[in-house]
Design a binder for this molecule. Structure first.
Ligand SMILES: C[S@@+](CC[C@H](N)C(=O)[O-])C[C@H]1O[C@@H](n2cnc3c(N)ncnc32)[C@H](O)[C@@H]1O
Length: 216
């Protein structure tokens, strides 16, 4: 009877340890190969809401080349931009926090992040960015703004005190949605604390991005 109890106890401990290990691996994202990541990105389901492959790569290069460490993405949709930028933040030993208001988008992007093995680098927070941005702690050196076009300036102002000197502020769709974000574009182009350039990107969408450098 005593031997049976001991065996049962050992088996339970082993099962518990395996479950805990498994849960931990899933939380952190399993290690996946570069080849898997390339294929996953290449075969990512195309959707009009997602950043184009060219833009996603452009963002990744900006982050990696700038050795940026703490980034925010406002509006992550299916997570296509997040997984691309996430690779750069992982290489830099940094972190990316993506925000989205839509619970389905949050679920889908978290799933992609886990599959890409980026769970240690990328986090997705659900909620209205105008409410979640002010709750973010610490300082940031990168933000990609890609949610409601008319609210771009509000998003920026909600987090501006936490943006470090030298931070990059990237706003998407600034050509097609220029009218909706007139206040934002005027602000970043007129304020002496920013250097701003509008670049043609998303050639397939005939759109562009505003890239601003925070001088101080
Ligand atoms: C153009 S998509 C983002 C694409 C994504 N950045 C990418 O790289 O694929 C815009 C997203 O913003 C989200 N969104 C809209 N209003 C929002 C808000 N107030 N707060 C947070 N997310 C919001 C939408 O749910 C949608 O998923």
């Amino acid at each position: 009877m005593r031997r049976f109890t001991l065996t049962w106890l050992s088996a339970s401990i082993l099962v518990f340890a395996l479950c805990a290990f498994n849960a931990h691996s899933q939380d952190q994202g399993a290690k996946v190969s570069d080849e898997f990541r390339r294929d996953y990105i290449k075969n990512f389901r195309k959707h009009g809401l997602s950043t184009t492959p060219g833009d996603a790569m452009f963002l990744r290069i900006l982050v990696e080349n700038g050795k940026l460490k703490r980034g925010i993405e406002v509006g992550c949709a299916f997570g296509f931009g997040a997984i691309n930028m996430g690779i750069a933040f992982e290489r830099n030993g940094g972190q990316l926090i993506s925000l989205d208001i839509d619970p389905e988008m949050v679920k889908t992007s978290r799933d992609s992040i886990q599959k890409m093995g980026l769970g240690k680098t990328c986090t997705v927070i659900e909620g209205d960015a105008l409410k979640t941005l002010p709750t973010l702690e610490g300082e940031f050196d990168f933000i990609f703004i890609d949610a409601l076009k008319r609210d771009y300036l509000k998003y920026l102002k909600a987090v501006l005190p936490k943006m470090k000197p030298g931070a990059l502020i990237v706003a998407d769709n600034v050509i097609q949605s220029a009218r909706e974000m007139k206040d934002y574009l005027e602000w970043v182009q007129d304020d002496k604390d920013f250097d701003t350039v509008i670049v043609r990107s998303s050639m397939d969408k005939n759109d562009g991005m505003a890239i601003s450098y925070k001088l101080k």
